[in-house]
Design a protein around this ligand. Structure first.
Ligand code: HEM
Length: 204
């Protein structure tokens, strides 16, 4: 009964962990089982890249869901969403350097610095690194106000990933859709809007 009560209180966290771990496990399983037969790189890269972007957008949605709609549970899943986004991005990059380029440093450098879209993805990944490293409570305490400043890098990382996405593919429709979602989430953080919605909820 106690466990059921705890699960009910933390349903969103349970959902996030289950879905993200299922996504990672399914990737490993598919690879292990040889389900990526035709071209593993071309199958793994889009899957990991898109999931990383979706998880980044979901983590960006947590604060406005709380400030605008009072959905407090969202705040608790912000950090795991960001970390799962990083895990998918790391697998994406690992597939590129390992499966596609066989860890050949010279070829990797050439591939990244020779293609603008790959360079943009690389910059986004490098910027994600300090956010993942400093995501712990210890780092948050150590960095104090600078922690918030550092984590504002996400406002630069997401547009870079969407640019990388648009540049990598042949179709602009999907990157535009994700870009629209990103703009909406940025607008939902505008302090004046948050204030106005807060005042309206207070009147009710
Ligand atoms: C060193 C860094 C990176 C490299 C070399 C790289 C490389 C690539 C390549 C080669 C593709 C095309 C895959 C294909 O269509 O077969 C791709 C697509 C993509 N990448 Fe990256 N990437 C990097 C970093 C990132 C990061 C950090 C993210 C997200 C956080 C990301 C998200 C995406 C997305 C969303 C796509 C489009 C997927 C689709 O077409 O459905 N990439 N990347």
């Amino acid at each position: 009964m106690v466990l059921v009560g705890k699960l009910r209180a933390r349903w969103l966290a349970v959902l996030v962990h289950t879905a993200a771990l299922a996504s990672l496990s399914l990737l490993v399983w598919d690879y292990w089982q040889g389900n990526f037969l035709i071209d593993p790189v071309r199958e793994i890269m889009p899957r990991t890249g898109r999931t990383a972007l979706i998880l980044l957008l979901l983590s960006l949605a947590c604060t406005p869901l709380n400030t605008l709609f009072g959905f407090k549970a969202a705040i608790k899943v912000r950090r795991p969403l960001g970390l799962y986004a990083f895990a998918h991005a790391a697998l994406h990059v690992l597939t590129f350097i390992g499966l596609d380029y066989g860890f050949d440093l010279e070829l990797i450098i050439e591939a990244i610095f020779g293609q603008s879209f790959a360079l943009v993805g690389f910059v986004a990944f490098i910027l994600l690194l300090p956010l993942a490293i400093t995501s712990t409570n210890g780092w948050q305490k150590r960095l104090q106000r600078n922690w918030k400043r550092l984590h504002r890098l996400v406002y630069l990382i997401i547009p870079l990933v969407i640019l990388h996405f648009a540049w990598a593919g042949k179709d602009f429709r999907d990157p535009l859709l994700y870009g629209g979602g990103m703009v909406l989430l940025f607008v939902m953080r505008v302090p004046q809007l948050v204030k106005a919605v807060g005042a309206m909820r207070h009147i009710k």
